[in-house]
Design a protein. Structure first.
Length: 299
């Protein structure tokens, strides 16, 4: 992976890391399913009148919208509402990298090299170190975010299988799918009066949270992410999101004053070292990176 693509991946990781704190702020104003529905309504409108419909089979647009919009963000938002802190949610959510690699090996026949397995194991140890259950979380909340991570893994495979080349158009048009199911769930759980109350009492923090979730996180972030998935193998791209919890914890520390303990610092170091091994091998040298260049060659 070249320096340009790597820089894009790091930028997206930073935006997605901050995203977890923004979600928590947004949940102070909206029901989780209503917040997610508003996100995708604004992702789709008015942009479907500007970007052409992606030249892929409709089943990929439909399945990606359902898996990403309804399952991934439904599980994630409810998990954060149920008590998982923004910093820990950003860590647990990165299990998607392991789901993506496993699903890629099963359904796409992607080859996983030993150095990648070693790096992922080390990074996984870092995630376990950081996300060890404590008083700030509970089992149900963690389980919900793990389900969100698995849904993201499935969504990544759908992107690869779709063959889409216009990633922004694919993101915009697939955003048409989630709003109705999400609104139906919100209405079914809370009733029309609760939904209308949330909509009538939107404050600046709620509106700002929705706008951040729409533009930097979804339209820009997922378009770049899908572009990288199309260009590189899943086993090379997916582990880059292990940088997300680092930005997630830093933003949570700044916004919510979440403590940075020694255990979390050790976990961060393990994640970074695991990522470096996954990307560049043993040790971190150009020769090693060059030796695995077929993995990084654009398709």
């Amino acid at each position: 992976m070249g320096a340009g693509d790597l820089s894009l991946a790091v930028l997206v990781a930073a935006l997605w890391g901050i995203n977890f704190s923004i979600i928590k702020i947004g949940l102070g104003s909206f029901d989780p399913f209503l917040l997610s529905a508003l996100r995708f309504i604004l992702c789709a409108l008015p942009w479907i009148f500007i970007f052409r419909r992606p030249q892929v089979r409709f089943k990929y647009v439909l399945s990606y919208g359902l898996v990403l919009g309804v399952l991934q963000f439904g599980f994630l938002f409810v998990g954060i509402r149920e008590g998982l802190s923004a910093g820990l949610a950003s860590v647990v959510f990165q299990l998607q990298a392991f789901f993506t690699i496993c699903f890629g090996a099963i359904f796409l026949k992607d080859q996983v090299q030993f150095r990648q397995l070693a790096g992922m194991v080390l990074a996984f140890a870092g995630i376990v170190t950081i996300a060890k259950i404590d008083g700030s979380s509970n089992f149900i909340a963690v389980l919900l975010v793990v389900a969100a991570a698995a849904s993201w893994g499935v969504a990544n495979i759908i992107v690869k299988k779709s063959g889409a080349t216009d990633m922004l158009g694919f993101t915009v048009w697939s955003s048409l799918v989630p709003p109705l199911p999400l609104l139906a769930i919100a209405l079914g759980i809370n009733g029309p009066s609760h939904v209308m109350t949330d909509l009538r009492h939107i404050d600046w923090s709620g509106a700002g949270a929705v706008l951040y979730l729409v533009y930097p996180t979804t339209l820009f972030g997922y378009s770049v992410w899908n572009y990288l998935l199309r260009k590189h193998t899943t086993s090379l791209v997916a582990p880059l999101t292990l940088l997300v919890p680092i930005f997630g914890m830093l933003s949570s520390m700044v916004i919510f004053h979440e403590d940075l303990t020694l255990r979390k610092m050790i976990g961060v170091v393990l994640v970074i070292v695991g990522l470096l091994i996954n990307m560049f091998g043993f040790p971190f040298r150009k020769q090693t990176a060059a030796s695995v260049s077929p993995q990084a060659t654009p398709r």
